[in-house]
Design a protein. Sequence first.
Length: 464
Amino acid sequence: MKRLRVLLRSTAVRLSALFLLLFAICAGILVIYVTAMSERLLEQQTRDAVASEVSEIQAVYDRNGVNGLLRTLERRARQPGANLYVIAGPTGEILAGNVASLAPGLLEEEGWTDDPFTYTRFTDEGKARHVAIAQVFFMPNGLRVLVGRDLQEPENFRVLIRRALMVALGTMGLGALIIWFAIGRNALKRIDRMSEASTRIMEGDLSQRLPTSGTGDEFDRLSESLNAMLERIEKLNEGLRQVSDNIAHDLKTPLTRLRNRAEAALAGHEMDHQTTLEQIIGESDQLIRTFNALLMISRVEAGSAVAEMSTIGLSGIVADSAELYEALAEDRGLRLVADIAPGITITGNRELVGQAIGNLLDNAIKYAEGALDPIIRVTLRSEGGTARLSVADYGPGVPSERRVDVVKRFVRLDESRSKPGTGLGLSLVEAVMELHHGRLELDDTEPQAANRGLTASLIFPSSV
């Protein structure tokens, strides 16, 4: 009973009930309309038949006179059928015909009877009564003639039509009622499954997803939207847990060094206080850069830079970045080669795109130093509605099984931390690409070489 009340309160059932009510109203109107039209058609057909009989009888009278009329009416009265024939005297008494009695006063006025009237036949027993319509006309000699038609057959036909319509509509209504409950029950089951999944999610299991039926209806579209949101939340939570773990690991060491140096200087163990202070400032700057990178990633992932989106020239940004890092590459004994297609534009944030490109170039210079082929290639091409920016080096590269990890925060392949960096560069790049509805791809520059190198590609949806 409780489930039934819940079912009746569901939106699907209420909508179905509304449609069922509208169907019932339309069906009732249809029954009334069809019945009325059938009655009108049958009445018209009956009147036409009576009028035809009257015309024939008048023609007989014109040709053969009263005797011919009486013979014709007597012959027709003996024939079986629904027609009525009555010849009455000037005072209304029935002289001949196939009717035993008529409603009083029926023969007093000439023309069509105003309403259907009752009559009895010679073969009737008891109180049997029949209903008919008729036309009365007066003869020159004072005789009155009634020609009519029994309405039992039209009435039977009307009843048959009404019953057929009621049975058909009743069957349709019953089917609609069954479908109504079936739809409501199915909708309630799907909502129950969604509620169960939501309960498990609220209990902390973010790996749960709302179920879909594969029909592509509104429930599926809602589930897909919520599942995408849950996937995003799960990813952010996983990133938060990872950041918490990595902060404890990566920031504890520089903070410990800061404390130890400050303690040594305070105790007088450090003779060169200026050098000690410079080292402390250097460590502090590195910590500040780390936290700035974390804040930048959080800002990008939160989408706070979306309002600053505009159409920007990607070709110009890549060219400026390549020119800026060219001197740094030369200082490291590297050669930066740029091949940039002109006129490529995207919709994005200039600052964030420039930061992402700078991170790729900085990583390439850092890890390509000392490579057998000291070249860094920067290419920008337009490919079928997308803009692909690639930064390729010939350093040690990244193993394919670690490419998922290197975009995580604080993850560095250089476990010894011999190279400068925070392990946040590619994390920021991936966050920027997600904000711009693009993607970051990592591939080998030369898969068959010993130093395979790394080609990092940014694929943007282009606006041209």
